[in-house]
Every structure is written in C-alpha cells, then in structure tokens.
Design a protein around this ligand. Structure first.
Ligand SMILES: Cc1ncc(C[n+]2csc(CCOP(=O)(O)OP(=O)(O)O)c2C)c(N)n1
Length: 658
C-alpha cells in the first residue's frame, strides 16, 4: 500500500475531527485524533459494509462504544460514501443535524448503535455477536448467507464501567469469536490521568474472561493494527481484544492530557496541529481528491463486491432452501405480526393463576408460531417463567438454542438485548424481578431512545412478594419505568390480559415493552378483555346505573377493586372499576375514548396500586398505594400490615364520598 496516501488519509480524517469540533466549539477531539489510524485501518482494509445499502443485513457491524468520539465516526462515514454530506459535518452537534453529539441509531445513516453512555456499546456489540450466531444457526447452512464480524472501539472509560465486565465475561463464556474490540488505551480520561482512579491489568482481566488479547504498541502503526486485525479474524473460539496504545489528542500542543479530551483545539492549536504536525496545509473541511478515491477503491469497492456476492449467495440458497430464505428475509426488520396468532386461546373461567405463570404460558404459546424468539433471564428463569419448554440452551455448542442463560448480569443482559435487536433477525425478551429493574434502567432507557422493541418481563411486582422483604419488594420501580419516554409499561390483571400484553409487546417494532407480572395467583376476570388492554384502560366492571365514583386499578389490584365495588354496592354506592394496565397505551387513545372511560372528574377517582402512588395524580385525586418500603413476612401478613384490603378501599371511598 502506498504510504503517502495512507498518511494523507489519516491526516484528512484527523483534520476533519479538528474542524468539526472547532466549528461546533464543542465535542471531543482527544480520542478521535488518537484512534483515527485504528478506524482508518479497519475501514480501508477490513470492514465490510455497503454505503449504498447501509442496512444490508450481512454487513459487518461497528459500535463506537466511546460515543463521545463521534466526530471521528462521522468523518469516517462521510469519507466512505454514506449519505452524510460534508455540510452535516459542518453542523456537528447543531440542532436537527445528522451529526448529533453522540451517535444515534436510526438518525444517522451508517450508525449501527446509539452510544455515549460509556460501556453500553461493548455490551451492545456482545448482543450483536449473539444475535448473529443465533440467526446463522437457525437456518440450514445459515453461514452461506449470514456471516460477518462485529467490531467495537472503546476507551479507558468504557472499561472502568462495571457493565463491561458483565459483557466481557458473557462474551468469553459464549465464545463469541466474531467479536473484535479495539481498546484505545490512552491512559487519560475526562478528569485527568487514568492512574488517578485505575491501576488494574486490563489484559489479565480479558484473559481471565477467556478472550484473545493482542497488543499494538504504537497507535500510529497501521501495519501493526492491520496485523492484529488479521490475527483476530482467525480466532475460532474466543472474542478478541486489541489493546492499542495511543496518544490522546495526537499532534495537539495539549496531546497526552485531559485538556484535549473534551475541548476543541481552537484555531491556533488546530492550525498548528494540522499544518505543522500532520503536514496538512488546507482550508477547513478540505478533502483531497486522492483520499476520496482511496476510500472508493478500498472500503466502497470491497463493500459493493461483498454485497453482490451476498446477493448471489442468497439466490443460490433459494434454490435449495426457498422457504427458509423467505422466513430469513421476512424476519430481518423485527416485525413479527405476520407470525402472531390472531385468535386468543380459551381461558378457564373461575381459574386463578399468577400473571408470571400466565406470561410463561403465553411465551410458550407464541413461540410455537414465532421462529426467532430468543430470551431468558438473569438466573431467575424458574421464578419469572422465562423458559421455553423443551427448548435448548443457547451456547457455543448450541447456537440454535432459544433459551439464554444470562447469568446474574441484569445490566449486561438488558444492554446485550439492545445489541441483539440492533443486529436484527431475532426478537428477544429478558426477565428479572421488578425490583431489579433499577439495575437495568440505563439499558432500558437506551432501548427506548433507540426505538428497539425490547421486551422486559418483570415479575414479583409488589409488596406481595412477601418473605423476601423490602429489599425484594418493588415500590418506586413502576413509576421509574413509566417515566421513560417511548417505553410501554403493561401491568396485566389476569391471564387474558397477560396474553394480550404479550401480543402488544411482540407487535411493537419501534418501542420497548415492560410486562409487570405478579408472583401471586390472580383470578381470571370474566370481563377482562384483550381489546381493552390494547387501549391501555377500559371499564372492566361497569356501574349499575350512574357511577358515583371510579376506581382505577392495575394488575393484582383489579380483583380487589371489583371486590370493593361489590361491597360498596351493598352500601348503596354505585362505582365503576377501570382496569388500566398501561398508561402509555391509554394516552395514545383519542380524547373521546379517554373521557368515556374516565367520565368523572379527578376528585371522583381513586388509583389503586400496591406500589408508589407517585405519578398517579394525573389520573386520580385519591390514591391507595404504598409509599414506604415494604416488610418481610408472608405475603398475606404484609398485605394486612399495609392494609391493602378491599375493606380499607371501601372505607376510603366512603370517607371521600361523605
Ligand atoms: C456512563 C457515563 N459516565 C460518564 C460519562 C461522561 N464521560 C464522557 S467521556 C468520559 C471519559 C472517558 O474516558 P476515555 O474512555 O479514556 O476517553 P478519552 O479520554 O480517551 O476520550 C466521561 C467520564 C459518560 N459519557 N458515560
């Protein structure tokens, strides 16, 4: 390879990073300048993707885990022919530009994952690698049509995050050999030298987690980087970490210090760095023609050829496996509605079951027609009912398996689930106790922000957990989940609503769904309805003639509300009961419907939910809830202690109506 064009290309990339951040007067040039040769080498010599078919399913994936180095990614995407014009680089970090502060999936073409919250990118890359294995193994000779690498770039910051150890440990255990992680080891973070807070031997950590570890001593040595990638791609059993020693802010007068981590170089230092150090004496945002051609000859040519080869492979595959190919192609985009049964099963009137068990049954029923559902829990499969009966465990020896044993890695699990969905071809669910949703919060937020149809099964959904006590009894978690934009939270009241909730979750293609499930048995309510659930709230038990009052209940409290309604009737009070499994679905209904369901003013409504009352003010002026931590005792005693009984509800309503 012509050394001159390589040097010129890297100088161009680096100069673009300086110009983007300088023009924006904002952004993070440090890591971008330090790791430019890594991405240059990857892009021009290895990465396979087609800028003209940016969502091509068999492309390699790239996750910039250190999302703050976004200026670098945008420079790479522009030079590689993606639909990201130079003007967008000039509008880096400005309102509505395609170059936001941190990379955003579904916003900028060529960005494979939203990243920026440090650590999550690595976990997402791990999920991508899992999804690839699952897709490949679930089709006969799947590797003929689907087989690619997953690359990620992280910095010191990502590896300080606890989440990454969960992800690294999982990837090693799962032997995800198609995963290649570059570690930009520049020994500097935002506040200063990494040594102020970190002294562990990262290589040993990866080795202990069953990874391949390679090292590049000089981050400007592209032959050494290339050699490491070639070596990493040969790995048959292990994911590979390539530790690259780099200099933060390479070339700047402030190189090697945190001063260049998150501050643009400024005009003077920018000019000095570009001209004196890189030998790049051109106007801002200048791209030499040879560089454009170099990217066309390397990255673009390789990607286009690989794309055409893959199209040929798909055609050939069709000769042998047409039906499988149809399925393969129909499942890439995450929509599974064509596979969902349209009729609900019959439920046994008078039966009683916990909604976690109902969820397990629903999952297994839907699985019969859904070939690509993969999921599991953080070591609580038998409590949260996340197992596919008769299913095989997903693992190195059984990539076709649909049951994932995530281990006790809630955050890693939720974050990797995002990666699986970003990759596509699979639909997923993950489960744990509701109280531990807090451990997953940042990944749930990421799913919602990235418009991923993740599914969360959260069981043991109130103080009715019982003996495990306040550490295991969720109080504020439901309010937390409801506060996340674009997350649909559904707390079904019985088996029928649970089936319907699963349908809603699977039918979604661009929003995650959390199903909130009870540990304790709940009676099947004769008037519960799938259609009602789809609207978020509905009248589940009508008033006799003219309602004096409305009880709004969710999940396990719906039966209690109906019980109170009966008692109130005997006292001459005419009350309506509304089941409100989902605020978000209800908020999507038109005003007329909303007013029809909640036809009385706020002060004539009470919310009943065995969790915090926080947030319920929007639907009711009165609340029956639990605003303190719970207590450890058998469930019935805890419920008694908190007076969560229909008698108490009756008394509250009588007092209000007085
Ligand atoms: C979870 C999380 N915490 C904090 C931050 C803020 N932050 C952004 S970059 C950074 C330092 C990262 O250090 P490193 O990975 O070494 O990047 P470099 O200094 O090399 O650019 C911090 C603390 C963040 N983006 N995400």
């Amino acid at each position: 390879m012509n050394k001159k064009i390589e040097e010129l290309s890297i100088a161009t990339i680096r100069s673009l990073c300086i110009d983007e951040t300088n023009k924006a007067k904002s952004g993070h040039p440090g890591m971008a300048l330090g790791s430019a040769p890594i991405l240059y080498t990857l892009w021009t010599r290895h990465l396979i993707a087609n800028p003209h078919e940016p969502t091509w399913f068999n492309r390699d994936r790239f996750v910039l885990s250190a999302g703050h180095a976004s200026a670098l990614l945008y420079a790479m995407l522009h030079l590689s022919g993606y639909d990201l014009p130079l003007d967008e680089l000039k509008r880096f970090r400005q309102i509505d530009s395609r170059t936001p502060g941190h990379p955003e999936y579904r916003w900028t073409v060529g960005v494979d994952a939203t990243s920026g919250p440090l650590g999550q990118g690595i976990a997402q890359a791990v999920g991508m690698a899992m999804a690839q294995e699952s897709v490949k193994a679930n089709y006969p000779e799947g590797e003929l049509i689907h087989n690619h690498y997953i690359y990620s770039l992280c910095g010191d910051g990502c590896l300080q995050e606890g989440l990454t150890q969960e992800a690294i440990s999982l990837a090693g255990h799962q032997k995800l050999n198609k995963l290649i992680l570059f570690y930009d080891a520049n020994q500097v973070t935002l506040d200063g030298a990494l040594g102020m807070s970190f002294s562990e031997d990262v290589k040993q950590r990866f080795l202990a987690s069953e990874w391949n570890v390679l090292e590049v001593k000089d981050g400007n040595d592209i032959e050494a980087i290339d050699k490491a990638i070639i070596e990493a791609k040969k790995s048959k059993e292990k994911p590979t970490m390539i530790l690259v020693h780099t200099i933060i802010g390479f070339g700047s007068k402030k190189q090697g210090t945190s001063a260049v981590h998150g501050n643009p170089l400024g005009i003077e230092d920018g000019h000095y760095t570009k001209v004196e150090v890189y030998g790049f004496d051109h106007p801002d945002f200048f791209i030499p023609e040879e560089v454009t051609k170099h990217f066309a000859d390397t990255f673009i040519a390789r990607g286009e050829k690989a794309y055409l080869d893959n199209q040929k492979a798909l055609k050939k595959y069709a000769e042998k496996h047409q039906e499988y190919l149809n399925r393969f192609q129909s499942l890439i985009d995450l929509s599974v509605t064509n596979y969902l049964p349209t009729v609900m099963p019959d439920f046994v009137e008078g039966s009683s079951t916990s909604t976690r068990v109902a969820s397990g049954k629903a999952l297994n029923a839907y699985m019969l027609s859904l070939p690509n559902l993969v999921g599991g829990s953080a070591d609580v499969a038998s409590s949260v009912m996340t197992k596919l009966e008769g299913g095989v465990n997903f693992g190195p020896e059984a990539r076709h398996g649909h049951n994932v044993n995530w281990g006790i890695r809630e955050f890693g699990m939720a974050s990797a689930q995002n990666g699986m969905l970003l990759h596509g071809g699979v639909r997923t669910y993950v489960g744990c106790f509701l109280v531990f949703a807090d451990y997953m919060k940042a990944a749930i937020r990421m799913a919602a922000l990235s418009h991923l149809p993740a599914i969360y099964l959260f069981s043991h959904d109130s103080i009715a957990v019982g003996e495990d006590g306040p550490t295991h009894q969720p109080i504020e978690q439901l309010a937390m989940l409801r506060s996340i934009p674009n997350l649909r939270v559904i707390r079904p009241c019985d088996e029928r609503e649970t089936y319907a909730a699963w349908y809603q979750a699977l039918a979604s293609t661009n929003a995650p769904t959390a199903l909130i499930l009870s540990r304790q048995n709940l009676p099947l309510i004769a008037t519960s309805s799938a259609e009602g659930l789809s609207k978020g709230a509905y009248v589940i038990s009508k008033e006799q003639a003219k309602a004096d009052f409305i009880i709004i209940a969710t999940g396990s409290e719906v039966a209690l509300a109906i019980d109170a309604q009966k008692k109130l009737k005997e006292l001459g009070k005419d009350v309506r009961v509304v089941s409100m499994p989902s605020w978000e679905l209800f908020a999507k209904q038109d005003e007329e419907y909303q007013e029809e369901v909640l036809s009385l003013p706020l002060k004539k409504r009470i919310s009943v939910e065995m969790l915090t009352t926080f947030g319920w003010d929007r639907y009711a002026a009165h609340h029956m809830g639990v605003d303190t931590f719970g207590a450890s005792a058998p469930a019935s005693d805890v419920i008694k202690k908190f007076d969560f009984t229909s008698d108490h509800l009756v008394k509250m309503i009588e007092d209000i109506l007085k």
